[in-house]
Each structure stands twice: as structure tokens, then as C-alpha cells.
Ligand binder design. Structure first.
Ligand code: C5P
Length: 277
């Protein structure tokens, strides 16, 4: 069995407050980027005598295939749910960079739940898969739904939205790793942004291009400003992806976008740049 694990783009991220449990109350509009083939991981699984996970692919360096891996955590949760050992060999080919705000690990976890459910015919409903996903991480349920998703609470309470077409975009990864807990923690030092929820969106309406984690992420990792500037210099409208380090740049037309992609690649050959939308 073989499943692809897409990346995601938070097109709107509002921080509405800090909760008693230390998490933050969010409002998110997120699109799963299932059209971008170069930005997908591939998860394969077959039944076996024991459980094992093998990691391959250009962005697997530094990742561990042990109990700390979200794929293994998702598998253990499925075993607990099934009440038995589920022996399988899993192979994960990584292309999505980690610590980039693109949701790679969360996407892997969601697809692991789906793969185990199908491979062992566990018969778990989508509702139950969403509950298990929420135990694994705030961003995992949105990948169970797919498409364009509204996320509330800590991001794990998800609702499907009508598709909102993506504008011509570039995604720029500067090769930096930014810690998500570190960015949330820095909100207090960088200053909480004014609380302002998403305006109601008409049918196919586009949410504001806004990420309330931007100042905190740049406080933690000042080099992020270089990527923001490169996108501005190329004529784009920059938006930090999640807690970083990737940025999206939005353009008026596909030809403007293609020109900008070339420009950024020439100026920064050490960065990875993808065209989306
Ligand atoms: O849920 P997840 O494990 O992905 O969250 C990682 C970390 O990000 C949390 O431990 C927390 O520090 C921070 N976080 C937060 N508020 C959220 C989501 C994540 O503070 N809504």
C-alpha cells in the first residue's frame, strides 16, 4: 500500500490568546498542497513479522526512525486502538523539509493512521481518525480532512471549507530549522499581535494573507528577514509558513511568479524554491 503525504500552506493564521494549558487559541485557514508533486513524502507499508520503519529521501537526514518519530507514534496509537500488535514494514521517503512550517511530520502521521486503518481493515471512521489525529498534534487532523480547512481551538478542531483557489505562489525554504514551541514561547517577548479574527469569507472568498506568528518567528530566527526581503525584491507578497522557516510569496500572475522564481533561485542558489498554484 502506498500513500502520498502532501505539505500544507496556512493562508491565514490568527493567534487569539494563550490558554491555561500553555497552547494558543488559533484561527487558521489552511490548504493541503496536493498538486505540488516535488513537495510530497511517500509512505509505503506492507504486513510483516515485526514492526519496522525505514526513512529515505533527500530531507530524511537527521530524522530518527525511533519512538520519537510521528509515524511510529501514530502506529502505536493505532495498535492501542485496535487492542493488538500491528506488524508491518513501513517505508517513508522524505521530500518535505522539516522545521519549515509545511506540516511534513503531521502529514506523515495522518497518512500513517489511514494506511494502518486500510492495511489491517480496522474499520475506523473518519470521525475516530480525526480524534486520534488530534492526540498526535494540532496540525494532524487537517491532513485527515484534506482540501481547504478551517482550524479552531489549538488548530485541531477542523471543518472543511469550499475550495479557495491558490494564487500563483512560490515557496522558499532557506534551509533553516525553526522550533515551533520556541516561536510560540517568543510571542510573549515579541509582543502578542492585536486580537483580530478572520473576517467572514464569501463563497470562494480569499482570507487575509496574514500570519500572527511572523514577529515571534523573526525574533527567534532573525535570518528569516532575508527571505522576506528576497520575496519583496522579486515583486511578491510574502507570508511566513506556520512558524517558519519557509515563506510563501504571492504574485498577480503565473508569469510574474515564474520570473520571480528564477530571480530568487539566481540570487540564492543555496535556497530551495518551488512553484505552487
Ligand atoms: O500540537 P503540536 O505538538 O504540533 O504543538 C507543538 C508545540 O507548539 C506545542 O508544544 C506548543 O508549544 C506550540 N503550540 C501552541 N499552540 C498551538 C499549537 C502549538 O502553543 N495552538
Amino acid at each position: 500500500m502506498r500513500l502520498t503525504c502532501p505539505a500544507k500552506l496556512n493562508r491565514f493564521l490568527a493567534v487569539l490568546g494563550r490558554r491555561q494549558d500553555g497552547f494558543h487559541e488559533l484561527e487558521l485557514v489552511t490548504t493541503v498542497l496536493d498538486q505540488c508533486l516535488e513537495l510530497q513524502d511517500v509512505l509505503e507499508g506492507e504486513t510483516s513479522d515485526t514492526f519496522s520503519l525505514t526513512l529515505t529521501g533527500p530531507t530524511s537526514t537527521g530524522l530518527l526512525a525511533d519512538e520519537s518519530n510521528l509515524v511510529v507514534k501514530a502506529w502505536r496509537l493505532l495498535e492501542k486502538e485496535a487492542g493488538r500488535t500491528l506488524n508491518a514494514h513501513l517505508k517513508l521517503e522524505k521530500r518535505i523539509p522539516h522545521g519549515a512550517g509545511l506540516g511534513g511530520g503531521s502529514s506523515n502521521a495522518a497518512q500513517t493512521l489511514r494506511l494502518g486503518n486500510d492495511l489491517f481493515e480496522l474499520g475506523l471512521s473518519q470521525g475516530r481518525l480525526l480524534e486520534l489525529a488530534a492526540e498526535l498534534g494540532s496540525d494532524v487532523p487537517l491532513f485527515v480532512l484534506g482540501g481547504t480547512v478551517l482550524g479552531l481551538d489549538r488548530g485541531e478542531r477542523v471543518f472543511p471549507l469550499e475550495p479557495i483557489p491558490l494564487e500563483p505562489l512560490i515557496l522558499v525554504h532557506p534551509g533553516l530549522h525553526v522550533s515551533t514551541p520556541g516561536v510560540y514561547k517568543a510571542l510573549a517577548q515579541a509582543g502578542y499581535p492585536p486580537v483580530s479574527p478572520c473576517p467572514s469569507l464569501g463563497r470562494h472568498g480569499t482570507p487575509p494573507w496574514r500570519n500572527d506568528l511572523t514577529q515571534a518567528a523573526m525574533f527567534v530566527c532573525p535570518e528569516l528577514r532575508n527571505v522576506q526581503k528576497a520575496i519583496l525584491d522579486a515583486g511578491g507578497d510574502p507570508l511566513l509558513c506556520g512558524s517558519g522557516s519557509c515563506w510563501a510569496g504571492r504574485f498577480k500572475s503565473a508569469s510574474d511568479r515564474d520570473g520571480a522564481l528564477k530571480h530568487v533561485q539566481e540570487k540564492h542558489p543555496e535556497w530551495s524554491v518551488w512553484a505552487v498554484g
